[in-house]
Ligand binder design. Structure first.
Ligand code: SAM
Length: 339
């Protein structure tokens, strides 16, 4: 690839080794080892344009060792990927500017050849590789195999898996890791105790997920959402400088009371990041009903460009921040709580 417009922008010497990604009229700099991200904008960055998705969320398999009732993936769906095909696609997207692949699924650690794929991506491409896992297969040996090559591991904590061995193995090997936790009405009162328990286990990064799907008992009412926003605000103050508490983008304006790093931003699904599915299609996010087949990296970028309206549309599943009232109107009519 020849010199790109973003390569010509002068940046402070301390940031010069970071990878460059063109935003609209701005330049994003990224260090895959630390996750450090910096945005530069000024006269020098005027005219830069986003040309690729920054992150590919890759559902490399739908197969999973767990069977969570709230998960919308069809665990029986076969994977259309081999490690070699996945590598070729990601290498080519990296060459066109993508910064990061975030593996999920299904359970990525259940995919044959997964550790080797992560190693190749780390050694042969500039991509940052992150993995979201339920942690049950994250033995000390599995962590040893991933540790030198992975940027970040996210462990989803579920009631039926003891997450402590996985977190201990990650902490012992100094792997950058965080925890994902789905906040449901039943878990609302446990948020602070859960976060403090994680802190004791060495976790410094907690992402609170909102539920997407048709089970109305798992959606927060408006009162619940307000209560969660207050709790998160208190937690963030109490843990300031010690642990980052993040909220996924699907919460939308329901978390208005929480200070936001980048201000209130629209959901970037389908633009800043895309999902590649186990059956070799591209979609805006894991919960979106629209997806498009593609052949290779250039074809994926063609879909990303040509189908941008479809990729920017709301998901039909209740819980989408792009939908009026998060698509919850129909569900709310029968919700027991106020709101
Ligand atoms: C589908 S899992 C796949 C990766 C891996 N098996 C795991 O459990 O982390 C990815 C993330 O999606 C979250 N998730 C699953 N179903 C969800 C739903 N219906 N709404 C919101 N998040 C969900 C999980 O909690 C997990 O953090």
């Amino acid at each position: 690839m020849g010199e790109r417009p973003e390569d010509r922008v002068e940046v402070p010497a301390a940031l010069a080794s970071m990878r460059r990604y063109a935003l609209d009229d701005a330049l994003l700099l990224f260090d895959r080892r630390t996750g450090l991200t910096a945005v530069c904008d000024g006269p020098e960055t005027r005219g830069l344009r986003v040309r690729t998705p920054r992150v590919v969320q890759f559902a490399i398999t739908n197969a999973c060792n767990l069977a969570c009732a709230f998960c919308s993936r069809d665990a029986a769906a076969a994977s259309g990927w081999t490690a070699a095909d996945a590598f070729a696609l990601l290498r080519d997207l990296a060459a066109r500017g993508t910064l990061e692949v975030a593996f999920g699924g299904g359970e990525p650690l259940a995919f044959k050849g997964f550790a080797g794929l992560v190693q190749r991506l780390s050694e042969e491409t500039p991509l940052a590789v992150s993995v979201t896992t339920n942690g049950a297969l994250l033995s000390a040996a599995a962590v040893d195999a991933l540790a030198p090559f992975v940027g970040q591991v996210r462990v989803s904590v579920y009631d039926d898996v003891d997450h402590r061995p996985a977190l201990a193995a990650l902490a012992a090997r100094s792997v950058r890791f965080g925890v994902n936790w789905l906040v449901t009405p039943a878990r609302l009162d446990a948020v602070e105790a859960f976060a403090l328990g994680l802190y004791d286990l060495g976790c410094r990064d907690l992402l609170l997920l909102s539920y997407n799907g048709h089970d109305r008992a798992l959606h927060l009412s408006r009162d619940d959402s307000d209560a969660l926003a207050r709790r998160v605000r208190g937690l963030a103050l109490a843990l300031r400088g010690r642990m980052t508490v993040k909220l996924d983008v699907c919460w939308g304006e329901r978390m208005e009371a929480v200070p936001q790093l980048f201000g209130a931003r629209a959901c970037a699904a389908g633009r800043e990041f895309v999902v590649v599915t186990s059956d070799r299609r591209v979609s805006a996010c894991s919960f979106h009903h629209r997806s498009f087949a593609f052949a290779d990296a250039d074809d994926l970028l063609r879909v990303w460009h040509d189908e941008r309206d479809a990729l920017a549309s709301p998901a039909e599943q209740p819980g989408c921040a792009r939908a009026a009232d998060y698509g919850l109107n129909a569900l709310r009519r029968s919700l027991p709580q106020s709101g």
